[in-house]
Design a protein around this ligand. Structure first.
Ligand SMILES: [Zn+2]
Ligand SMILES: [Zn+2]
Length: 122
C-alpha cells in the first residue's frame, strides 16, 4: 500500500499513483520533494499528462478566468480526481494546493494511527 512510507527501502519507493514498488530510476528527480524524487513513477506521469490534456480539452477553463472555489482571478489549474480520473473543477493554484494539503493531513493522521497500533502490538 502506497501510504506505508515507513516501509520504503533505500533503492526504490512506492508510486503514489499505481501502488507499485519501483526502482528509484522510475521516478523523476525533483529536489523540492522528500527523498529528491517525484511521488509518482514516470509511466504514471505520462499517463497523467495525457489525461490532463484530454480533460483540459473537454472542460475548457471558465471564460471569466475565475477560480471556482474562491472566485479569485488567478492562473487556474485543472483539478481532477485521482481515483476516478474525472474532471472536478478549475481552481487557482492556492485553492488547489490547499486541497492537496488537506489530503496530506488525512494521510499523516492515518500514518500516525497505524504507527500507534504497531507500537501497541509490540
Ligand atoms: Zn506509477
Ligand atoms: Zn481559488
Amino acid at each position: 500500500m502506497a501510504w506505508l512510507w515507513d516501509d520504503e527501502l533505500e533503492f526504490g519507493k512506492f508510486c503514489r499513483e499505481c501502488d507499485q514498488y519501483l526502482a528509484l530510476d522510475y521516478f523523476t528527480e525533483r529536489s523540492c520533494y522528500a527523498g529528491g524524487r517525484d511521488t509518482i513513477c514516470r509511466p504514471c506521469q505520462n499517463y497523467q499528462n495525457k489525461l490532463l490534456y484530454r480533460l483540459r480539452r473537454e472542460n475548457p477553463a471558465p471564460v471569466d478566468g475565475r477560480c471556482e472555489t474562491c472566485g479569485g482571478r488567478r492562473a487556474l489549474e485543472c483539478d481532477h480526481s485521482h481515483d476516478t480520473n474525472e474532471f472536478r473543477n478549475w481552481l487557482c493554484r492556492s485553492c488547489n494546493r490547499k486541497n492537496r494539503k488537506d489530503n496530506e493531513q488525512i494521510m499523516a493522521t492515518m500514518r500516525a494511527a497505524l504507527r500507534a497500533r504497531k507500537e501497541m502490538n509490540k
